[in-house]
Design a protein around this ligand. Structure first.
Ligand code: NDP
Length: 453
């Protein structure tokens, strides 16, 4: 029998879960359909397990620096197989919590892969062995299926890993190649390197983190090289042969090398191919679902939030979009997501974090003569005793006439935590004078932001 709901959410990731629970809290009868594990990219194979691996990998530096602080370890090392296994256990725990939260909020969880059969109905194919099919009907439907990591069109691309695969490993290879220069490539190159993997990263362009402030990218590049990561700029991979553990890769320069595994980190795409959108009438363009300001597709009762729209592919944005949508539909509010000034962080080693305009963007928007740049590059006190470690770079971009801070950037220890707080001031329109009149908190790294002249 076909069951009907006020709202059917397709995809139990960050955006879908947020929307489903909020809609249920407003009294709606809600179902959420998930073919994989509840939690989605962020919880199961993204932000969360990545950050846990990162915390583990940081011990390499703590161990190396320990002696200068009088701490002696005998034969200390990181066993990445224990770390990977513990990360999986934590992900399992979070997965159960999310399932429980759905039950508690009254949302019906339907396991399986969904596709449209018309604009109001979906077929869910159970992902259990029995392959049962079930039809469900929604007065409204929200598509929140997220995205997937892409592979390059090269010979042997099926032999490479994407970021999802890292978390499934019991053991890491001794050598790895990473392709890409964005968030995932830089974060994993650093994590893997600190976990004892010899990493070579292939970057097709001239620099890491295209689109970020170039001063930050330069400091990260220097530090990754100091930390032993082999960065190959203007190079790419054209073929992979062999078996996992013993892969032969060929670069566009014709050079061949042997490596244990290849990680592709060359971007993600919306996961819309299996939805049979044509049965619903929903239009997609360039592989993403097109929505208006209210997350409505061209079919008025079908909506989309999060990475499937390929607008701002970040977890907190998807969550807010999901909640705003549910509030607006089921509680008659007219809230809007604040897309202005979204802080971003790359959990590399050292961390990179940023809010507002880069120097290049500020020059383009305001003109070189109408902005002021303040920069401070220094070694934090944490490096004093070990006599090693990454320098920090803090940078403010100020619009001259209004003295408004229009860009705030940092690379260094705790950059993400510091920029998260700076984001409040900048969102409120803080001026350079507001920064200057703030009493410094000494000795900290962040005090440089209020003492820059
Ligand atoms: P990004 O879009 O950040 O970066 C893609 C990288 O791959 C770029 O360096 C790009 O180079 C390069 N590239 C693209 N195609 C090729 C190719 N064919 N050969 C070689 N290099 C190629 O994608 P990611 O996969 O790193 O991350 C996906 C998204 O996930 C991010 O945009 C972000 O939204 C999200 N994310 C956020 C995180 C966070 O908030 N900390 C962490 C991880 C992911 P070029 O610059 O030349 O185009």
């Amino acid at each position: 029998m076909t069951k009907s709901f006020d709202l059917i959410v397709v995809g139990a990731g960050s955006g879908g879960l947020a929307a489903a629970k909020r809609a249920a809290a407003h009294g709606a009868k809600v179902a959420i359909i998930e073919g994989d594990r509840v939690g989605g990219t962020c919880v199961i194979r993204g932000c969360v397990p990545k950050k846990l691996l990162l915390y583990g990998s940081l011990y390499k530096e703590y161990i190396a620096n320990a002696e200068s602080f009088g701490v002696k370890f005998k034969d200390a090392y990181i066993d990445s197989s224990i770390l990977l296994s513990n990360v999986r256990k934590e992900v399992d725990r979070l997965n159960s919590i999310h399932i429980n939260l759905l039950h508690k909020s009254g949302v019906e969880l339907i396991n399986g892969w969904a596709h449209f059969i018309n604009a109001h109905s979906l077929i869910v194919e159970s992902n259990c062995d029995n392959k049962r099919f079930r039809e469900v009907k929604g007065e409204r439907i929200l598509i929140a299926v997220g995205g997937y990591a892409t592979r390059p069109s090269i010979t042997g691309s099926e032999l490479g890993w994407v970021s999802d695969d890292i978390f499934l490993q019991n053991k890491l290879p001794k050598k790895m190649v990473v392709l890409g220069a964005g968030y995932i490539a830089c974060e994993f190159s650093c994590i893997l390197n600190s976990l004892g993997v010899s990493v070579t990263q292939y970057v097709r362009g001239h620099s890491l983190l295209r689109g970020f402030d170039m001063d930050l990218s330069k400091v990260l590049e220097e530090n990754m090289q100091v930390n032993g990561i082999n960065l190959n700029f203007q190079q790419s991979i054209i073929s992979i042969k062999g078996n996992i553990g013993n892969l032969n890769i060929k670069s566009n320069l014709g050079e061949e090398s042997i490596t244990g595994a290849v990680l592709f980190a060359i971007g993600r795409k919306p996961r819309i191919n299996d939805l049979k959108l044509f049965n619903s009438g929903v239009i997609s363009k360039e592989g993403r679902i097109i929505v208006d300001e209210g997350y409505q597709t061209n079919i008025p009762h079908i909506y989309a939030v999060g990475d499937v729209t390929n607008l701002v592919n970040l977890t907190p944005v998807a969550i807010d979009e999901g909640r705003v949508l549910a509030d607006n539909i089921f509680s008659n509010s007219s809230r809007k997501v604040n897309y202005k000034l979204i802080a971003k962080a790359i959990f590399s080693q050292p961390e990179v974090s940023t809010i507002g305009l880069t120097e290049d963007q500020a020059v383009a928007d305001y003109g070189q003569d109408n902005i002021q740049i303040y920069k401070s590059k220094f070694n934090s006190m944490a490096t004093a005793l070990p006599k090693r470690g990454s320098p920090c770079l803090l940078k403010l971009i100020v619009e001259t006439s209004s003295q408004k801070v229009i860009g705030c950037h940092m690379v260094g220890e705790h950059a993400s935590e510091i920029i998260q707080m700076a984001a409040i001031a900048i969102g409120m329109g803080a001026t350079k004078y507001d920064f200057d009149k703030t009493m410094a908190l000494h000795p900290t790294i962040a005090e440089e932001f209020v003492t820059m002249r």
